[in-house]
Design a protein around this ligand. Structure first.
Ligand code: HEM
Length: 527
């Protein structure tokens, strides 16, 4: 008897083995029952109808049928990796946030890069904003820095986000275009939303077609607060600066790559990490106080504005190295749940109305996407740097019961169980709040063109031509003449040469008037 014949000797009658039973683990059902035949369903006769009692087949197909979860409503296409952040500057006088307490201190991280508009299967080199979301597993809980590769955003208030995304995603009747922004709905919305003009300049620039994830910058976008042990607050903006430098593709290159290798970005990052060239970024911060903020004509709480790096150079405070790929794409990259609301002692929010709305949106969508309030138990989401102890219990997919015995409330007189800690626990910065309850955009949020112009004129001639060509490409895909004309009317407020160049190449016969410099307020309309 040969080895092969021996291994097959206990083959059930009529059965067929594709894999022998010896060596390795036994194949089981989810209930732990060893499976004898994974190739043939249980039938009455041969072939004969399949029997309802075939729990092996039904369980296998049932589980397969439920493999998919909803993709993220935005940023569906992503790539994740593990890393380490090392502090290079002690910031303990500015913040009590754990990662910044001493030089050389390391904190584990998980990063997910993404495109915004495309679906999970869309190509990597779409012209789009890239997400750059980092989870810091700190000694005092998880801190998520949920940023993008562009330092500003399209809108100033979160209430606009559903409209922006509806307009950017495939149109609801045709179901296309999939991953590009070149269509009427998007440009119609943008042309009616002047606050988006600064962001539009960045999105039409080469920044929106990064060469790889490792050659793009990251930005926290909003102004956050650092708070030190004495309770003093300092405004902070976050930046990731890539060690490989900033590099982009040209549009024609991107189009070819999307066809030939739509997984380009994820493949490069996987190969960099597994090939011993782990990508690295420096974390830099702009730190400033209210007096400094008051010097500017714009509001530092307006997410469509930057604080120019010439006015306040970002200061390096650490380096992140991404050095471990995921074991499983679904378990880690798909199930990771970032949320701007995840902050740790020493980090706090500001009154940026976009940030305030984001703080609601992420947790809310994740309950839908991951299906249970217990998604914090999924290993990629669970804190690694500190214990978790609370009285949250039950719910869908509860995988552990960490409350021993009868005590599931606080305060309790049993002298057991976790207690609040007024000294070391998270305390919000005691900001003074006053004012009428109104839906009013502050006047300091009203200038939509100055920084768009500054960005445009800071570009080289070649880069300016790329912006013009991108606008022409995009707008040439719009059927509505009125949309094209409206966009040109905004461009006139940014740079006349750009506006004329775009209008000529689009064949717009007469130049429109510039768009009004500021949007009328509700009060203006009433008067
Ligand atoms: C997802 C960044 C504005 C809602 C994401 C992700 C990033 C990001 C990086 C992907 C996270 C991941 O990889 O899992 C930003 C930035 C913004 C911004 C930098 C502006 C500065 C907003 C606003 C809202 C919003 C205003 C809603 C009001 C969402 C939602 C997701 C998401 C619902 C999907 C989250 C999930 O399913 O896990 N965002 N976003 N974002 N964002 Fe934003």
């Amino acid at each position: 008897q040969t080895d092969a014949e021996h291994k097959f000797s206990d083959q059930p009658e009529g059965g067929e083995y594709h894999q022998h039973a010896e060596g390795g683990e036994r194949l089981t059902t989810a209930q732990g029952v060893t499976i004898a035949d994974n190739q043939n369903s249980l039938r009455a006769g041969a072939p004969g109808p399949t029997l309802l009692e075939d729990f092996v087949m039904r369980e296998k197909i049932f589980h397969f049928d439920h493999e998919r979860i909803p993709e993220r409503v935005v940023h569906a296409r992503g790539f994740g990796a593990h890393g380490t952040f090392e502090c290079t500057k002690d910031l303990s006088d500015i913040t009590r946030a754990a990662p910044f307490q001493e030089v050389s201190k390391t904190t584990e991280t998980f990063v997910r890069f993404s495109t915004v508009a495309g679906s999970k299967g869309s190509p990597d080199l779409a012209r789009d904003v890239r997400g750059f979301a980092t989870k810091f597993y700190t000694d005092e809980g998880n801190w998520d820095l949920v940023g993008n590769n562009i330092p500003v955003f399209f809108i100033q208030d979160a209430i606009k986000f559903p409209d922006l995304i509806h307009a950017a995603k495939p149109e609801p009747d045709t179901g296309y275009p999939q991953a590009q922004t070149a269509h009427d709905n998007f440009w119609d919305y943008i042309s009616l939303t002047p606050e988006s003009m600064h962001m539009i300049m960045w999105v039409m620039s080469d920044r929106a077609i990064p060469r790889s994830f490792s050659t793009m910058e990251g930005f926290g976008v909003h102004t956050f607060r650092f708070v030190n042990r004495e309770g003093k607050s300092t405004f902070v903006k976050f930046f990731w600066k890539p060690h490989m430098g900033l590099q982009s593709k040209t549009w024609n290159e991107a189009l070819k790559t999307n066809g030939a290798d739509p997984d380009r970005h994820r493949r490069i990052t996987w190969e960099e990490i597994t090939g011993g060239m782990p990508p690295k970024w420096d974390l830099c911060v702009q730190l400033f106080d209210q007096d400094f903020a008051d010097r500017f004509d714009f509001d530092v709480l307006d997410p469509t504005k930057i604080i120019p790096e010439e006015d306040l150079p970002p200061e390096k405070v650490g380096t992140m190295t991404l050095d471990r790929v995921v074991d499983n794409f679904f378990a880690e990259t798909e199930q990771v749940a970032f949320c701007t609301q995840n902050v740790v002692p020493g980090i706090d929010f500001t009154d940026d109305p976009l940030l305030q709305g984001r703080n609601f949106s992420y947790l809310d969508t994740q309950l839908k996407r991951l299906g249970s309030p217990n998604f914090t138990k999924i290993p990629v989401n669970a804190p690694k740097g500190c214990p978790v102890a609370n009285y949250q219990q039950d719910g869908h997919m509860q995988t552990e019961q960490h409350i021993p015995g009868r005590i599931n409330y606080e305060p309790n007189g049993w002298g057991e169980g976790p207690r609040e800690d007024p000294l070391e626990g998270y305390t919000s910065f005691p900001q003074t709040v006053q004012g009428e309850k109104r839906r009013l955009r502050p006047e300091s949020f009203n200038d939509h063109y100055s920084q768009a112009r500054q960005f445009y004129i800071s570009q080289t001639d070649v880069e300016q031509n790329h912006i013009r060509d991108a606008l022409v490409f995009e707008l040439s895909k719009c059927e509505m003449e009125a949309v094209r004309v409206r966009v040109v009317s905004h461009l006139l407020n940014i740079d006349e040469g750009l506006a004329r160049g775009v209008a000529d190449l689009l064949g717009i016969p007469a130049m429109p008037k510039p768009a009004p410099a500021a949007q009328p307020t509700r009060q203006d309309l009433k008067e």
